[in-house]
Design a binder for this molecule. Sequence first.
Ligand code: FES
Ligand SMILES: [Fe+2]
Length: 460
Amino acid sequence: MNELSKVEAATDTTPEPVVIPVEAYISEDYARAERDKLWRNCWLQAGRVEDLPEVGSYITYEILDDSVLIVRVAEGEAANGAEGKIKAYRNVCTHRGRRLVDTPKGERNAHGRRNNFVCGFHAWTFEIDGSCSYIQSREDWGPKLCEDVTRLGEVQIDTWGGFVWINLDPEAEPLRAYLEPAATMLDPFQLQDMRPRWRKWTIFDCNWKVALEAFDETYHVPGTHPEFTEFGDFVGWGRQQGKHSHIGYDTGDGPKENASKLRLGAGDPRVTTAQMQKYTWEGVNTNTTQTLVDVAQRLPEELPEGTSATDVLKYWLETSRQIDAERGVIWPEVDAAHVAASGTAWQIFPNQQIGHAVNNMLCYQARPCGYDPDKCIFEVAVYELYPDGEAPETQWEYADPSAFPHVLLQDFSNMAAVQQGMKMGGYAGNIPNPKAEGAVISLHRNLARYMGTGEPQELG
Ligand code: FES
Ligand SMILES: [Fe+2]
């Protein structure tokens, strides 16, 4: 088992203020070292189970020099409503090293369904179980060209939350152990039942950590999205949870579930929740659903002035739950205390955020785009629950950064500016808010364990 799995225990306390050196964001040597020290040692989220609906369905996943071919094969137990099981291979022909499945130009990854994979160079052919079934002039090699030599190399794979995860380290700890405590905290939300409403990817002129960190705190809301402060209060926390971290909102005297994603606005919650839901739906199309937006619009009429925040929240969620149930969308029952404790989103080390709720989720991922520390691939995927068989067919779509919803454009406007700012001579390092930006600190504490450098230093 990987020594790096032994991380410190979760903490709920606010850590001491620290300085994070900028090396992790801007150093070319650091970006190069990430391949062997980080990306080849972590469980990485490579796709969704529903992207592999039948035997022969495949997707690829790329991380720097490594490409993984993920295929549903016939062997094994039926699971997740689909026959067979999912396997992953090194996406390289064992003959002379041609990448076996190419990613079409302009696409995020290759995908489709095949009975086998034929190498484009000398036509060696690989079955979906990884075995090599055709070799031109095989007899020329004699008996030494055995199955062990020719079959595709296997990569560790597992599923959790409806996501497909790969790990390039053959000795990696099991996925479940790697994901804890996030997996246990998120299991009640049954993320595996959700399907994408939309998913887009783009390329930013910043390091992958800059992109991810723009979404793992709400401290930026008044500065980046000032219009949201008209109807909501966004003071929050970020806590390290082993390798991972989670974020949530302060709740003050309000309902504890207000720490989470499905939450009320400030002031008169009937009015501000209606405003906040409408603005979120139209401005960013994330974090909520049509049902929640529609019911929120009715709150000012259907509830008397002075209704307590607890009752407004209860009415909004219970009415929405019922309306959804009538159309065959069944939300999981999650204990209110658990909803509150789980917060709004989990950062899964190193490069994913899952913003969870009982009926929708918002996921961000960021990874390097080559070895240039100033570039990254950034992905946004928005999921919700659909009636059986009614989920839309979606694929990853490339979008220019300028083509995203306008609230995201506000976030995006900081990316390259942060990357450039950190390169300034004399810049002393980042000093995140120890409470509100604790997820940023957590990421760098854990990165330092893998990278052997970049440990946050005590401030002062
Ligand atoms: S490199 Fe694939 S068949 Fe030769
Ligand atoms: Fe934002």
